[in-house]
Design a protein around this ligand. Structure first.
Ligand code: PHE
Length: 511
C-alpha cells in the first residue's frame, strides 16, 4: 500500500533522512524555522505510519552563576591571590596584609587561601606570632578544576549527559563552591524507524487532506480533489492550562471533611510558639534532646513569648519539679521560666491542642470536646528526598469523661478507614506526654505493606492536671505528618516535589 503523507510531513521526513540519526526536536524546529507544535504533529503522522518516533528524556543543564562567570574571566580566588603574590614578587606575607591588598571579600579570600594550601602552593604558619603564608611551590600549573571551568567558555549551558565521570566529579566541586546553576527540563529526541530509514521519499504520495469544505469548493467542485480528514475522537484535545487547587490543598480539604464528618471542630494556633506550649506544657523536661537547636528552630525576634496566667505557669512548674497534684513525682529539677519563654517555630501541632486544653480550663468548657488541627510545623532537618524542614501535621484530640484506649483505637480506625486504609494496627510507643502511647500503622493495599503513620495516646496527668482536667476526664490524642500520605496518594518519590511543584505533575492532576 502506498503511503500518503502531508507535504509538511514529507519535508520533515526528508530532513530526518538527511540527518541520518537522532535530532533534538527543539533544535530541528529552530533550524527549519517551524513551530514546535507543527513539527510534533508531523512526527505524529510519521508515528502513525511507523516511519519515525520520539523519545522523551529529562535532561539536566548546567551553567555558571554570576560568581562562576566572574571566576571564568578573572580566575578562581586562589589564582587571583597567587597572581598578586607573583606579580609583586612576594614570597611570604602576613595574611591580613594579603587580604587588604587583594581587595577580595573576606569569605571568598579565605576560600582562596584554603585552596592555595590544598594545591600545595603555599604553607601557613603562626610560629612567628603572626599569621603568615609562604609560597612553597615554584610552578603553578593550571589545576584540574581550572581546566574544567574552561568548558563554560563561550557557552551559557552545558548538557549534564555529555560529561565524563571525572568531569562530573569536578562539577561536584564547583557545585560545592556554589558556582553553578542547574536546570532540569524535558527534551524530545526524534528518530526514524528502520522502515523510515529505508523508504524512498519518491515512494510516498503527497496527501492533500482538508478538514473543512468551503462554499467555493462546493460550487467549483474542487472538493473532489481532496481527501477529507476523518475525526479521531481518541486524540487528546488541546491542553487546558487553567488554574486549579493544589493537590496538597485538596488533600487537606479531604482530611478536614473527614474530621468534620466525625463531629470534630477545627482549631488553629500560632506558628511562632512559646517553648512553654511547645514543650513545657507537654511535660517535656527542659534538658530534653528534642529541645536542642539541632532539632528546633529558636527565634531571636521575638525573643520571648508571653506566658499564660501565672497560676497555670506555676502549675506546670510544679509538675516538672515535683509532680504538682498530678500524683507524679515530676522530673525533680529546678524549672526555669526563662527557658519556657523562649520562642520557637512550632515543632508539632500538639502545641496547638495544648492551647485548646488551656482554653477548656478558662472557659470552663463541658465535655466532650473534639477538635483537630491541620497545620504547618518546623524542624531543623537537612532537607532531602524524604525530609522537609517545614511540613504539615494532622492532629486530633478528644476530651471526654471516661475516655479509654479502646475509644482511641476506634477513632483511629474510623479516621484511617475514611482516608482509605481499611486495616490499622497499633503498637506500644513512647511520647513524653502520653501514657499509654501507641504507634499507628496502616495497611497500604497498593504496596502490600504496613506503613507507620504517626503517634497517639492518652495525655498524661502531668499534661492535663495543670488545666484542671482530672480523672475521669481524659484526653485522647493522635497526630501524624501529612506529606507521607501525600507521597503515597500522589505517587511522588521525592517529598520536595510537593512544594517545588513540578508543573507537569500539577497539570496532570484532576480538577
Ligand atoms: N506530636 C507527635 C509528633 O510530632 C505526635 C503525637 C501527637 C503523639 C499526639 C502522641 C499524641 O510526632
Amino acid at each position: 500500500m502506498t503511503i500518503k503523507l502531508k507535504k509538511q510531513t514529507i519535508k520533515i521526513l526528508r530532513e530526518l533522512k538527511k540527518k541520518a540519526g537522532e535530532v533534538v526536536a527543539k533544535d530541528l524546529a529552530l533550524e527549519l524555522n517551524i513551530d514546535y507544535i507543527v513539527l510534533m504533529s508531523a512526527i505524529n503522522d510519521l508515528i502513525d505510519n511507523d516511519l519515525g518516533g520520539f523519545r522523551e528524556d529529562e535532561i539536566y543543564q548546567i551553567s555558571l552563576n554570576d560568581e562562576g562567570i566572574n571566576y571564568l574571566t578573572k580566575g578562581l580566588p586562589e589564582r587571583q591571590l597567587l597572581n598578586i603574590l607573583l606579580e609583586n614578587d612576594i614570597k611570604e606575607i602576613n595574611i591580613d596584609d594579603l587580604l587588604k591588598r587583594s581587595k577580595i571579600e573576606p569569605s571568598i579570600f579565605y576560600i582562596g587561601v584554603s585552596n592555595l594550601k590544598k594545591n600545595r602552593w603555599i604553607a601557613q604558619s603562626k610560629a612567628s606570632g603572626e599569621n603568615r603564608i609562604y609560597l612553597t611551590a615554584e610552578k603553578f600549573p593550571q589545576t584540574e578544576i581550572e581546566r574544567f571551568l574552561q568548558i563554560f567558555e563561550g557557552k551559557t549551558m552545558i548538557d549534564y549527559s555529555t560529561l565524563s565521570k571525572n568531569e562530573i566529579k569536578l562539577l561536584d566541586q564547583l557545585n560545592k563552591r556554589k558556582l553553578i546553576k542547574k536546570t532540569r527540563k524535558n527534551q524530545r529526541t526524534l528518530y526514524l524507524t528502520d522502515k523510515g530509514k529505508k523508504i524512498a521519499v519518491s515512494e510516498i504520495q503527497e496527501l492533500r487532506q482538508i478538514s473543512k469544505i468551503t462554499p467555493e469548493m462546493l460550487s467549483l467542485g474542487t472538493w473532489k480533489n481532496y481527501e477529507l480528514k476523518p475525526f479521531d475522537v481518541s486524540k487528546p484535545g488541546p491542553l487546558l492550562k487553567a488554574g486549579r487547587i493544589h493537590p496538597m490543598n485538596k488533600l487537606i480539604n479531604e482530611i478536614r471533611e473527614i474530621f468534620l464528618s466525625m463531629g470534630f471542630t477545627e482549631i488553629r494556633g500560632p506558628i511562632v510558639e512559646s517553648a512553654f506550649y511547645n514543650f513545657d506544657a507537654l511535660f517535656q523536661p527542659q534538658d530534653h534532646p528534642a529541645r536542642e537547636m539541632q532539632d528546633t528552630f529558636y527565634l531571636s525576634n521575638p525573643k520571648t513569648a508571653k506566658l499564660p496566667e501565672s497560676d497555670r505557669v506555676n502549675a506546670v512548674k510544679e509538675t516538672h519539679e515535683n509532680g504538682g497534684d498530678s500524683g507524679s513525682q515530676g522530673w525533680g529539677y529546678e524549672w526555669d521560666i526563662n527557658e519556657a519563654k523562649k520562642t520557637v517555630l512550632r515543632t508539632h501541632t500538639t502545641a496547638t491542642t495544648i492551647r485548646r486544653l488551656a482554653e477548656f480550663y478558662r472557659n470552663n468548657d463541658k465535655v466532650p470536646v473534639k477538635v483537630f488541627c491541620i497545620d504547618r510545623v518546623f524542624r531543623n532537618e537537612k532537607v532531602d528526598r524524604s525530609h522537609l524542614a517545614e511540613f504539615t501535621q494532622v492532629e486530633g484530640i478528644v476530651i471526654d469523661d471516661g475516655a479509654t484506649l479502646c475509644d482511641l483505637i476506634g477513632l483511629l480506625s474510623e479516621f484511617y478507614r475514611k482516608l482509605g486504609f481499611k486495616k490499622i494496627i497499633t503498637r506500644p510507643g513512647f511520647f513524653p506526654y502520653t501514657e499509654p502511647s501507641m504507634e499507628v500503622s496502616v495497611y497500604y493495599d497498593k504496596l502490600g505493606e504496613w506503613l507507620e503513620m504517626g503517634g497517639s495516646g492518652i495525655f498524661r496527668p502531668e499534661v492535663t492536671y495543670p488545666w484542671g482536667i482530672k480523672d475521669p476526664t481524659r484526653v485522647l490524642a493522635w497526630g501524624q505528618g501529612l506529606e507521607r500520605i501525600a507521597m503515597l496518594y500522589f505517587d511522588r518519590k521525592d517529598i520536595r516535589d510537593l512544594y517545588i511543584n513540578p508543573i507537569k505533575w500539577l497539570r496532570s492532576q484532576s480538577y
